[in-house]
Design a protein around this ligand. Structure first.
Ligand SMILES: *Cc1c(COP(=O)(O)O)cnc(C)c1O
Length: 424
């Protein structure tokens, strides 16, 4: 085995260090496999309940009326996530689009949006209008209020209570940390927060940004009382096979509102041809629990490896997991860049190219991204990225298989080691 790694460019020293870390993680990996097993059964049960059949995989075109595959898939998603309804479409271009759709369709001029968990994901700043942008909620007269988490990561209940007012209509809760070093929220903590909010104002709608969270736990945010749960199909639930797409699941009315905005008033869910991608949505969902498990193992391996080397890691090596993202604070731009080069060098696709920082649309500082993916930008595939700003944290995620994730992490360490940026 070692020889194979040496062939791929991992030195003996790095390999041995990794092997030692891996040996200590046996029990954690077994627990992850159990969650995957549970979630696999959940997905199969939903597919059986809705009688998924070969006819569901046929391509439709034009208006896409009576698209059996599309309509059945939406029922499968709703059942799997214990929701009333679902919108799962290739016409939803990415996670940001799905979130914007959920917000723009369920808020009206004069309403206020509240984030009780601090600043949302970078790209949502423009959706909301925190950074002025064409088509933002702000342009439509929808205001925004934010309550930050307390320094220890807990909810600031006192200020959340004060922030809810007669105009507060929708609350957005981001499960994952995104590009921040704050704790990711467990479904149990999300449930606590939703209960608190609904006790103050029962008619509030709660949306959970579920990006990177699907299938990490046995329960999902809808079970915690969320009215909508939103995510991207080129993250966990697409299982690496969906080439595009996003989803919104939740209350029937919320999902319908989103459908009328995605297509048109009067048309809603009735149109939208699936053009032959729908089989990959089914097959990806089928694989998603085990793919997510592989990615989680990679995240935990990276956390323990870099923690042992003295870098601050979020979450910590032994902490419980609620998403697949691992942040490692590398403290210098040189280390951040070397880490990403290692991830790139381990890829099955584009391993020969070198990632460079660039000004990516939607982000306010240059970002470096490493990914050699089958689907462009897919972050359920092994990828690493980070904004070039202090504390130079790299956000590492994905891996369609644990073995690829492991190789990527070893190569990241290899690049740091070769450049004299760490000592082993
Ligand atoms: C990825 C992500 C988004 C945005 O998704 P894109 O597909 O990149 O547009 C939003 N929120 C969170 C927490 C994410 O991780």
């Amino acid at each position: 085995m070692k020889e194979k790694y040496l062939e791929l460019g991992v030195s003996e020293k790095v390999f041995d260090f990794g092997a030692q870390i891996e040996r200590e993680l046996k029990e954690r990996f077994a627990a992850i496999d159990e969650t995957a097993e549970y979630n696999q059964l959940k997905v199969i049960a939903a597919m059986q309940k809705h009688r998924v059949s070969a006819e569901c995989f046929m391509a439709t075109n034009g208006y896409g009326y009576n698209d059996l595959g599309r309509d059945t898939l939406e029922e499968v998603y709703a059942s799997c996530f214990l929701a009333e309804a679902a919108l799962v479409r290739p016409q939803i271009t990415c996670g940001t689009h799905a979130l914007a759709l959920a917000l723009l369709s369920n808020l009206r001029p004069g309403d206020e949006l509240l984030s009780p968990v601090g600043k949302p994901y970078d790209t949502l700043e423009e959706v909301i209008g925190i950074r002025p942008s064409k088509g933002s909620l702000a342009e439509y007269g929808i205001t925004y209020r934010q309550v930050d988490l307390l320094p220890d990561g807990s909810f600031d209940y006192e200020n959340i209570r004060k922030a809810v007012n007669e105009r507060t209509r929708l609350v957005t809760i981001q499960r994952s940390k995104g590009y921040q070093t704050r704790p990711t929220l467990s479904v149990a903590r999300i449930k606590e927060l939703i209960s608190f909010l609904k006790a103050i104002k029962p008619e509030l709608l709660v949306m959970v940004d579920n990006c990177y969270g699907e299938f990490v736990e046995r329960a999902e945010p809808v079970e915690a009382g969320a009215d909508m749960m939103v995510g991207s199909l080129i993250k966990n639930p697409g299982g690496g096979l969906a080439p595009v797409g996003g989803y919104i699941v939740g209350k029937k009315e919320c999902v319908e509102n989103a459908a009328y905005r995605l297509t048109s008033p009067g048309l809603g869910k009735e149109v939208g041809a699936s053009l032959g991608v729908i089989q990959s949505f089914y097959q990806g969902l089928f694989l998603a629990p085990t793919v997510t498990a592989g990615a989680l193992k990679g995240a935990i391996f990276a956390a323990n490896l870099y923690e042992r080397l003295g870098f601050p890691v979020f979450p910590g090596g032994s902490e419980s997991r609620h998403d697949i993202i691992q942040a490692v604070t590398l403290q210098t731009p040189e280390r951040l860049i070397a880490f990403c080069k290692g991830i790139q060098a381990a890829a099955p696709v584009d391993s020969h190219v070198t990632p460079e920082p660039w000004d990516m649309p939607g982000y306010d500082s240059p970002v470096i991204m490493a990914a050699g993916a089958f689907v462009q930008g897919s972050s359920i595939e092994l990828s690493a990225d980070g904004p070039l700003r202090p504390p130079y944290a790299v956000y590492f995620q994905g891996g369609l298989t644990w073995y690829h994730a492991k190789l990527g992490i070893l190569m990241s360490l290899q690049k740091l080691y070769e450049a004299g940026l760490v000592e082993l």
